[in-house]
Design a protein around this ligand. Structure first.
Ligand code: 13P
Ligand code: SF4
Length: 360
């Protein structure tokens, strides 16, 4: 197995050639290969996915596809790692571009979170650690080994409830906003949620701050979703008082509070599918998904909440060129860009992911 980047000749192929060669490679690979596509993938990639979904659905359905030898993940690194942790022994997970990371996951380096955990232990602050799916496998293992779990945007509330049955406090990373929005949805006041800043001694928090906290939030965020601001909601409502605002829970809490609906990418798709013809929507999530939904539901008026360019640059790294290259290599019996989580990390990470899948 090797780690490489897409060779020059693939970069010169035009769109039609790429499309037909991907279809041909898929046909030839048959049921040996399943392509998973996250909803933020570009149109010319998602068109080839056998299964599309949010992080939770892809983790669940990917794990169920034990018939396939190869799982080609069109998404970002933490999603492919989760698929590798959950896969059956004879399967291999491929990420067509290993540079498809997540800037939010990068905001929680493993050693910083472990150090924070040690500090909390030293201060005698008991917590259940909960990590958002958007994190390294090592952090998932940290949660698994310490009685915690993973959550995604579609089950964060259920996982918080599960965690509160075990301890009165949750240590949540890396998305400050998802954590705060979930806490508020459970009726936890803002004053009972504190932010751990890894750049400061003891997270910048006093013993009293930690004692009164119900949720300790990591200082991390999504660079795409934090572009959506309260002023965008106000502007859109001024322009059209009948518009409905639908956002992802990675947006800041003021935006969620002012919105009509909040939910994962899968939930956003579901809400817009069910919406009546003629209804008008401003959607706070990634550009590719919103544009696709606007085209799919031409009988409804769907647009992105902010006029800023809210594109996930790392999701965009997966291209028809590197997808084709990965598939044609599989046809030759070569596996490029396989994701391999070390066994010692996998054990704890699997415990945390399994807890999530059990809670739902
Ligand atoms: P979903 O699980 O809602 O698809 O979100 C994943 C993600 O990375 C959003 O930024
Ligand atoms: Fe990460 Fe944000 Fe991209 Fe999702 S949209 S993968 S959280 S950078």
């Amino acid at each position: 197995m090797s780690v490489r980047t897409v060779p020059e000749p693939y970069l010169a192929l035009d769109d039609e050639v790429l499309d037909s060669r991907i279809r041909a490679a898929k046909e030839e690979l048959g049921s040996s290969t399943v392509i998973l596509g996250h909803h933020y993938q570009r149109d010319d990639v998602i068109a080839h996915a056998d299964v599309t979904g949010d992080s939770f659905k892809l983790a669940r359905l990917g794990a169920a596809r034990t018939d396939a030898t190869y799982i080609v993940f069109c998404g970002v690194h933490f999603m492919a790692e989760s698929a590798d942790i959950l896969r059956a022994p004879r399967q291999t997970v491929v990420l067509p571009d290993l540079n498809a990371g997540c800037s939010m996951a990068d905001m929680a380096p493993t050693e910083d979170v472990l150090l924070a955990g040690e500090t909390l232990d030293r201060l005698g602050v008991r917590t259940v650690p909960v990590t958002y799916m958007n994190s390294t496998a090592e952090l998932k293992a940290f949660c698994g080994d310490r009685g915690g779990a993973v959550c995604t945007s579609s089950n964060a509330k259920a996982i918080f409830e599960w965690a509160f049955q075990r301890e009165p406090k949750i240590f949540f990373f890396p998305d400050e906003h998802l954590g705060r929005n979930t806490g508020l949805a459970l009726g936890i006041p803002l004053a009972s949620m504190v932010v751990w800043d890894p750049a400061k001694e003891s997270g910048g928090l006093t013993r009293e701050d930690l004692e009164r906290a119900r949720v300790i939030l990591w200082k991390g965020c999504c660079s795409v979703h934090t572009k959506f601001q309260l002023r965008h909601v106000e502007e859109r409502r001024r322009e059209d008082p009948g518009v409905r605002i639908l956002v992802h829970p990675e947006v800041p809490y003021e935006v969620v509070q002012a919105a009509d609906e909040v939910g994962s990418t899968e939930h956003i798709i579901h809400v817009l599918e069910k919406a009546p013809a003629g209804s008008r929507w401003a959607v706070g999530t990634e550009y590719h998904l919103v544009n696709r939904l606007a085209r799919r539901h031409a009988d409804k008026k769907i647009s992105i909440l902010s006029k800023d360019f809210c594109l996930c640059a790392t999701m965009y790294r997966i291209s028809p060129q590197n997808l084709l290259w990965a598939l044609e290599n599989l046809l030759e019996g070569n596996v490029v860009n396989a994701i391999r989580v070390p066994e010692n990390v996998k054990r704890g990470a699997r415990v945390a992911l399994d807890r999530m899948l059990q809670v739902g």
